[in-house]
Design a protein around this ligand. Sequence first.
Ligand code: HPA
Length: 271
Amino acid sequence: MKGSHGPSCAEVIRARRPCAPRVGLVLGSGLGAFADAVEKAVRFSYAELPGFPLSGVSGHAGEMVLGTVAGVEVAVMAGRAHYYEHGDASVMRTPMETFQALGCTAVILTNAAGGLHPEVPPGELMLITDHINFAGTNPLFGEPTDRRFVGLSQAYDPHLQALFHQAAAEEGIRLATGTYMWFSGPSFEAPAEIRAARILGADAVGMSTVPEVILARFFGLRVAAVSTITNYAAGMTDVELSHEDVKEVGPMGAAKLMRLLPRVIAAYGSA
Ligand code: HPA
């Protein structure tokens, strides 16, 4: 378990940029372009923020951007660290705690995922409504307080989901919904695992986000999470999966998210 660095990161950030972000965002593989849309941006490399995990995954930038989107103050993480990089499921604890310490009340998590439905092809977005933790670990292992018993019945905030649906309708963007199943990675799933995932109720599979959701709820943050479906899951087609393909298709989802996120953030910020 990581120590508590969130408050000190917030101090480092506020020393350079007095700020009061309402919403924190985490941008996944190939989705980093949104960070460039932040106005009045001040950037911090993760190396400047004590306890922030460095990500070595190509396609992940590794900086925290403070600024505004649609007039609402935000804190944007371009790039995340993964369980498979560090062998530590709590690797995103300090970032989530930092969002809370900065004053965010909500986080929007984005990722690239493999899709299990032929009718939701690569390039489409899926709003996550629930998850299955299939990684055999939990980011709150070692947390000593009773706060570790986090309820997840409404982990994906109904109000934020409604804002995403409203934004998608306004922009004419299809937005699937479904259950995201967390696999540890870094190898892609085996076809038999995908068949099992389907039986268990998964709609998409990926290697991130679930620990962040658990940590965000631990820190009392409201959560929304969106997957860009970058590929059909293993065994659904003849092609072997590759990170290159994930990075190539990610920007298609990013282009849609660029249109949805300002609307969602504006609507959340005006409430
Ligand atoms: N599996 C796991 N993670 C992923 C995938 C996948 O098929 N695509 C993008 N991230």
